[in-house]
Design a protein around this ligand. Structure first.
Ligand SMILES: [Zn+2]
Length: 143
C-alpha cells in the first residue's frame, strides 16, 4: 500500500466497477465522482456532486474537490483534500469531529439515496455499500 499523491481526472459517463489508483473518475451525467482511497487501502470512495455534497472544479488539467474527503467508515479513516489533483493530507479527526462529520455524511447519504433512482445499478450498489443504513430506507421507498 502506498499513498497516492496526485489524482488525474478521467471523465466518464459511468464510473467503472474496477477503478485504478491515482485516477479520479468524474461523471457529469450522473453527478458523481469516484476514486480509490488515497491511502492505498483500495476502498472505493464515491463523492456525489451537488450543492450539498461535493463540488468539483476543473482547471482544464486537474480537478479540485471540496469539501475535504473523510473516509470515516473505512478502517483507515483517511482525511484529505484534493486540490488541483494534489492530495493534501489532513490531520486525523478526533472521535467527536468524526461524529459530527458522520452527521454531515448521513445527510449527504440521504440526498444520495433520494437521487439513487436516477443512477446506474453500479452506483446504486456503491451508495448502499458506503452508506448501508440507506438501504432499509430505499427498500421502504421513503425519501
Ligand atoms: Zn484508505
Amino acid at each position: 500500500m502506498s499513498r497516492v499523491l496526485h489524482l488525474r481526472p478521467q471523465f466518464v459517463d459511468l464510473i467503472p466497477s474496477q477503478i485504478d489508483d491515482g485516477v479520479i473518475y468524474v461523471s457529469i451525467k450522473y453527478r458523481t465522482a469516484a476514486h480509490n482511497c488515497c491511502c492505498g487501502c483500495g476502498q472505493k470512495v464515491v463523492t456525489p456532486i451537488s450543492p450539498t455534497d461535493w463540488q468539483i472544479g476543473f482547471d482544464g488539467v486537474d480537478v479540485s474537490v471540496t469539501p475535504s474527503v473523510g473516509n470515516w467508515s473505512f478502517a483507515c479513516q483517511s482525511h484529505y483534500w484534493i486540490k488541483r489533483g494534489d492530495v493534501h493530507w489532513s490531520y486525523k479527526f478526533s472521535p467527536e469531529e468524526i461524529r459530527r462529520a458522520r452527521d454531515r455524511d448521513h445527510r449527504a447519504a440521504q440526498n444520495a439515496a433520494s437521487e439513487v433512482a436516477s443512477r446506474s445499478e453500479d452506483e446504486r450498489q456503491e451508495v448502499r455499500r458506503r452508506w448501508p443504513w440507506t438501504q432499509r430506507r430505499a427498500k421502504r421507498g421513503e425519501k
